[in-house]
Design a protein around this ligand. Structure first.
Ligand code: GLA
Length: 723
C-alpha cells in the first residue's frame, strides 16, 4: 500500500519510491500539510509549534485556542474570509453574498486505481490508488473534494479538485486551485519558464522573498509568456545535488501559479485555472471539476526531477502513436515556401526528401480557401485547387509514389473576417456584441465552447482528411483569446474553461476517428507547450524561432519538464529568417537532432556538402531514436551563462550515450573547455572516437571539448560502452 492512513483516520501519508507527502487533520478539523520531501516514517506534525500570535485569528474566543490559527498553520487547502490571510486556494461567493469558505475535514475514501477527470486530460496508470479527502464548509454546505494519486517509481503525486454545491442556494466559484499546500520551513528559489513569441520557456531563477509571486497567463492558452510549470528549489540545489519540488498543471488554458512567503517564513505553493476572467456559477447539486496538477520531488537535484517528469510524460500521459518507433523526419514547407507554392513545389520537396533520406513532407499554411497571405481564409477548409493546380488526392498520390508520406497544416480554432465561414456565422467568433474586437494576425478565435462550431470544423476537416492519404497534421493556433464572450453561453465567467473542454472534446473525437494520424501541436511555435496538449499531441513545434543559438536556451528551458522527443526541432536556412544569424549547417543539425527532427527549407538550395550532412543527420536521428525518445536527458551547461552549451542523452541500459555541444561565442586564445558527463557507469569503459576512457574519468574528471575554430561550432559525440 502506498497510501498510509493512521488508525484514527487523521494522518494520511502518500509514499512513492523516494518521497512522502503527508497531511493531518487538526483538533479543529483543518487539513494541514505536514511534509513533502524525502521518504519519512511517522507523523511529521511534531515539527509544528503552536503559539498565540497577534493579529492571527482564532476559531473561538476561548483561551485554550488562543494558540490555534489557520493564519499560520500549513494548510492543504485554504479558503477565504475565515482567518487565513494568505492567498486563497478556493474562494466562493456564497448565496448570501459573503465570500467566506472555511473547509474542514469531513471524511475520506480510498479507492483502487487512479482517478480520471471527465472531459479533461490527466496522467494515467494501472498501478495506483486514489485517496479522496472531502472537506466541507459547514455553513454553506459547499464541499471540496481533493483527489490524490501517484506514480510510484517516478516519484510523482497527482492531485485534482472538485467543488460541489450541496447547499440550497446558488453560489459562484471565484478561485479554485488544482493543487495547493504550505511548506512550513525553508529558503527557496523559484525556477520558472517565462518567455515571449520566438523565445519561449527560458529558465528564470530567483530567490523567493516576502509576499506573493504570481506567474500565469490570462491569454486563454497556457502561452509563450509563462509556462504552467515551476520548480521550488533549495537555494544550493543544482543539477546533481539538493532538494527541489516541481509543480505543473495538466491544462492548456489560462492558469495561475502562486508562491507566497508568509509573515512567519512558510511558503504557500499552488497552481490552477487563472482566477482572473473566471467565475463559475454552481447551482445546488452541481459540481465543478478542475484540471489535474502534478508534483514531483527530488533530493538529487534538478536532473533527477526532469527524469521523473520525462518518464511520467512518456509512459503515463502522451497517447501512444503508431510511429513511436521512429517519428518521421520531415520537410515542412513553411520557411522554404511561405504562402508561395503550388502542388509541384510540394512534390519537388518530396523528391528531395526521398534522395536525402527523409520520410515525409508537410504542406504548411496557404493551401486552402483564399489564403495567399495571413489576412484571409481561416475557417474555409477546402482545397484551393486553383493555387495547387491539382487535387489534393492527386498530389498526395504522387508524393506517396515517391515513397514519401504526407502531412498537412490546419488552424482549426481560428477564423478570418474575410472568409466564407465568418460571413455565414459572424457570431461564431469570440467577440462581444457592441464592442470592437481585438485582432491577432488579423484573425479572431472561434468559439470552441459551442458544439455547432466544433461540429462544423470537424466536418470540414474530415472532408479533407478523407480525400487523401494524410498521415500527419500540424495543428496551429496563432493568436491568444482576448474577448472571452460566447454567444452560446448565459454566463461568461466560464467561457475560457468551457473553450478548453470543447477543444479537448474535439481532439478526443478526432483521435478516435483518425487513430493512425500523427498530430504535431503548435501555437505560433510553443504557445501551448503544456501537459494538457501533450496528452493529444506527442510533440509540439517548440518555437517559431529556428535560430540554433536561440534554440539552445529555448530547448534547454523546455527540457526541465518536457522530454526531448516532445520538442519539434527543424533545421532552417542561414541567415536565419527570424534573427538573421548565420550558422554552419552542421550546428543547425546538432541543435535540432535530439528532438523530433525535420527541416524548414528547400533542399535544392543547399550545397552538396550540406546535402550530404543532411543525409547523415536523417540517419543519425533514426538510429538514435531509441535513446532520444526513451533515454535520460542531462543538461550539462547553461547557454545563458556559459559560452558553450552541452547536453547528453544516455540509453536506459547505460550502453550508449550521445553528447552534443555548441559554442555560443569564440575568442582568440580560447580557454579550454572540459565537461563532466553524467549518467554513465563509473566502472565501465567507453569508446569516444579513437579513445577508450573510463566512465569515472568522463564523469568525475571530465571530457575535453576539441578547440573551437569558429563561432557557433558544434560537436556530436557517440559514447559507447566497451564490452
Ligand atoms: C505559425 C507556426 C509556423 C507556421 C505558420 C503558418 O506561426 O508556428 O510554423 O506554420 O504559423 O502560418
Amino acid at each position: 500500500m502506498s497510501i498510509g492512513i493512521s488508525d484514527d483516520g487523521k494522518l494520511f501519508t502518500i509514499d512513492t519510491e523516494n518521497t512522502s507527502y503527508q497531511m493531518k487533520v487538526t483538533s479543529q478539523g483543518h487539513l494541514i500539510h505536514t511534509h513533502y520531501g524525502r521518504r519519512i516514517y511517522g507523523d511529521a506534525s511534531i515539527n509544528l509549534e503552536r503559539k498565540d500570535r497577534g493579529f492571527s485569528q482564532n476559531p473561538t474566543p476561548e483561551k485554550k485556542l488562543r494558540d490555534y490559527s489557520i493564519d499560520y498553520l500549513p494548510l492543504e487547502l485554504s479558503g477565504f474570509g475565515s482567518g487565513d490571510y494568505r492567498t486563497s486556494a478556493v474562494t466562493i461567493m456564497n448565496g448570501d453574498g459573503s465570500t467566506c469558505f472555511n473547509p474542514v475535514f469531513e471524511g475520506y475514501e480510498l479507492k483502487k486505481g487512479k482517478y480520471s477527470i471527465e472531459g479533461l486530460p490527466a496522467f494515467a496508470t494501472d498501478n495506483a490508488e486514489t485517496l479522496v479527502i472531502t472537506l466541507v464548509d459547514k455553513a454553506s454546505q459547499v464541499r471540496a473534494r481533493l483527489f490524490y494519486s501517484f506514480l510510484q517509481e517516478k516519484d510523482i503525486i497527482t492531485r485534482a479538485l472538485e467543488i460541489e454545491n450541496d447547499g440550497d442556494k446558488d453560489i459562484r466559484i471565484l478561485k479554485a486551485m488544482s493543487t495547493s499546500f504550505d511548506i512550513a520551513y525553508g529558503d527557496y528559489d523559484l525556477i520558472s519558464f517565462p518567455g515571449r513569441h520566438c523565445y519561449e520557456r527560458v529558465e528564470n531563477r530567483e530567490h523567493v522573498s516576502w509576499g506573493c509571486k504570481r506567474l500565469g497567463s490570462t491569454r486563454g492558452y497556457s502561452s509563450h509568456q509563462m509556462n504552467p510549470a515551476f520548480i521550488l528549489a533549495e537555494r544550493n540545489t543544482d543539477e546533481e545535488n539538493g532538494e527541489a519540488i516541481a509543480c505543473a498543471l495538466v491544462y492548456s488554458g489560462s492558469f495561475v501559479a502562486e508562491v507566497e512567503k508568509s509573515q512567519y517564513g512558510s511558503f504557500r505553493v499552488q497552481i490552477g485555472i487563472n482566477d482572473e476572467a473566471f467565475s463559475y456559477p454552481l447551482a445546488p447539486g452541481e459540481c465543478f471539476r478542475g484540471p489535474e496538477a502534478i508534483l514531483s520531488f527530488s533530493a538529487e537535484g534538478l536532473d533527477r526531477l526532469s527524469y521523473n517528469l520525462h518518464m511520467a510524460a512518456r509512459e503515463n500521459l502522451i497517447r501512444e502513436i503508431p510511429d513511436r518507433k521512429h517519428r518521421p523526419v520531415l520537410i515542412n514547407s513553411w520557411e522554404g515556401c511561405y504562402f508561395d507554392f503550388s502542388a509541384q513545389n510540394i512534390i519537388d520537396l518530396a523528391r528531395d526528401a526521398k534522395t536525402l533520406g527523409a520520410d515525409m513532407v508537410v504542406m504548411d499554411d496557404g493551401w486552402f480557401g483564399k489564403r495567399d497571405d495571413d489576412f484571409s481564409g481561416l475557417g474555409d477548409w477546402y482545397v484551393n485547387e486553383k493555387k495547387l493546380k491539382m487535387t489534393l488526392g492527386e498530389m498526395v498520390e504522387r508524393i506517396n509514389k515517391e515513397g514519401i508520406r504526407f502531412g498537412i497544416w490546419f488552424e482549426p480554432e481560428m477564423v478570418c473576417e474575410d472568409s466564407d465561414l465568418y460571413r455565414a456565422h459572424p457570431d461564431w467568433a469570440l467577440t462581444v456584441p457592441g464592442r470592437t474586437p481585438s485582432y491577432g494576425r488579423s484573425q479572431l478565435v472561434l468559439d470552441f465552447s459551442r458544439k455547432e462550431v466544433r461540429d462544423n470544423i470537424f466536418e470540414q476537416m474530415s472532408r479533407i482528411m478523407d480525400s487523401a492519404n494524410i498521415e500527419y497534421i500540424k495543428w496551429d493556433a496563432n493568436r491568444h483569446i482576448s474577448e472571452f464572450f460566447s454567444r452560446g453561453a448565459e454566463d461568461q465567467g466560464t467561457t475560457g474553461y468551457r473553450y478548453m473542454l470543447g477543444l479537448y472534446e474535439f481532439l478526443e473525437k478526432f483521435k478516435n476517428r483518425y487513430p493512425g494520424v500523427i498530430l504535431e501541436g503548435c501555437s505560433g511555435g510553443g504557445g501551448r507547450f503544456d501537459y494538457g496538449m501533450l496528452h493529444y499531441f506527442p510533440f509540439i513545434w517548440t518555437s517559431d524561432n529556428t535560430d540554433p543559438i536561440d534554440r539552445l536556451s529555448i530547448q534547454r528551458g523546455t527540457s526541465f519538464f518536457y522530454p526531448p522527443e516532445t520538442m519539434g526541432c527543424h533545421v532552417s536556412a542561414s541567415p536565419n529568417h527570424q534573427d538573421g544569424r548565420e550558422t554552419p549547417f552542421f550546428t543547425r543539425c546538432a541543435t535540432a537532432l535530439t528532438g523530433t527532427f525535420g527541416y524548414e527549407l528547400v533542399p535544392s538550395r543547399l550545397s552538396d556538402e550540406e546535402r550530404s550532412i543532411m543525409k547523415w543527420a536523417n540517419e543519425y536521428n533514426r538510429s538514435n531514436w531509441e535513446i532520444i525518445s526513451k533515454g535520460r536527458y542531462h543538461r550539462l551547461s547553461d547557454p545563458e551563462q556559459d559560452d558553450y552549451y552541452a547536453w547528453m542523452i544516455v540509453a536506459n541500459d547505460g550502453s550508449k550515450a550521445i553528447l552534443h555541444t555548441v559554442s555560443k561565442t569564440n575568442h582568440g586564445n580560447n580557454r579550454s573547455v572540459s565537461i563532466r558527463l553524467r549518467g554513465l557507469d563509473e566502472k565501465a569503459w567507453y569508446r569516444i572516437g579513437e579513445n577508450v576512457v573510463s566512465g569515472s574519468v568522463l564523469m568525475y574528471s571530465g571530457m575535453l571539448i576539441p578547440d573551437r575554430k569558429g563561432c557557433y561550432e558544434a560537436g556530436i559525440f557517440i559514447i559507447e560502452k566497451v564490452e
